[in-house]
Design a binder for this molecule. Sequence first.
Ligand code: ADP
Ligand code: ARG
Length: 347
Amino acid sequence: MRWDGSSFPEFTPDNSSLLRRHLSKELFEQLKGRVTSSGFSLPRAIYSGVVNQDSSIGVYAGDAESYLLFSSLFDPIIEDYHGFSTTDTHRSDLNPATLSAPNPDPAGQYILSTRIRVGRNLAEMPLGPAISREQRKSVESQVARALSHLGGELAGSYYPLLNMEEAVQNRLIDDHFLFKTGDRFLEAAGLNRDWPEGRGIFHNREKTFLVWVNEEDQLRIISMQQGGDIEAVFTRLVTAVKQIETTVPFLHDPRLGYLSSCPTNLGTAMRASVHICLPKLGSDMPALKKIADSHHLQIRGIHGEHSESESGVFDISNRKRLGISEVECVQGMYNGVVALINKEKNL
Ligand code: ADP
Ligand code: ARG
């Protein structure tokens, strides 16, 4: 499907995106001529949701200003997704001491691995959908330089996608370390322009600390390891994020927290997940969904978003990221995972 952006888009009857829910014809007409200082407009913000009618959200921001200039569309979407209203203010807590998440599966029967990531973008830069080629290259070099100063467990190397052998790239993707190529939602949002230039991955020797550069967000800072030691994964992430922020200032808003290109990632920009094997509960999806929903958890497949579960293994993570602190994101995921394991044991 193509759309030239000049008139109110058509939505298919089965479209259940937040874009469709919150964009009226009147609102479209009111906002369509506005342009931010980096040249981003409403038709560009919603293009991905218009051409991908199976979108769950359907909008992206091109810069910090997008969240203000198009707030009459973004704010209701943000409230719908995160339960965060225009009078709420985001809060942060990156103190590992306030997290209580002892390994819920010390025998290693259920949890295969734990991963916590945050998205970050650079202050003074447009977000990915509106960034220029030169600006993207500048982000890459600034981030690679900052990461080269990390020491101890976090020390590692930066590998640009541009020179990477296909076999190496595919192996990193299959092993859950690297982002995929060609995501159609990102493509339509303008986030894949000039691919693969400017993109890459940094990781330490053990691949327990990784940074994706210039994918959906300029940085995705990731801590991960085998098993269910959630506290160790969180502590490593916090140590890294704090160190990186001393050399690379991040785009941050007093109300919305860390700014991201997709409104689902605002605030903490944190997704804390486990890969968990639930063969019994997993064969009764409504029951699994009920427990997940009661803990505000999202269920993804084994290769991340828009993938399927395999052999009873699910990716379970916090759904909300804004209006709750980082510790609350992880604590909520932990509490839900404990409930899922208990249920699985009793079946
Ligand atoms: P993001 O987490 O950045 O929103 P995805 O959902 O696409 O993006 O996941 C990115 C990659 O991370 C995928 O390969 C996915 O399988 C992997 N992943 C997510 N959670 C875990 C986990 N707990 N253990 C191992 N790999 C994980
Ligand atoms: N734009 C896609 C959709 O609306 C993804 C939304 C959330 N995921 C993300 N990776 N930002 O379905």
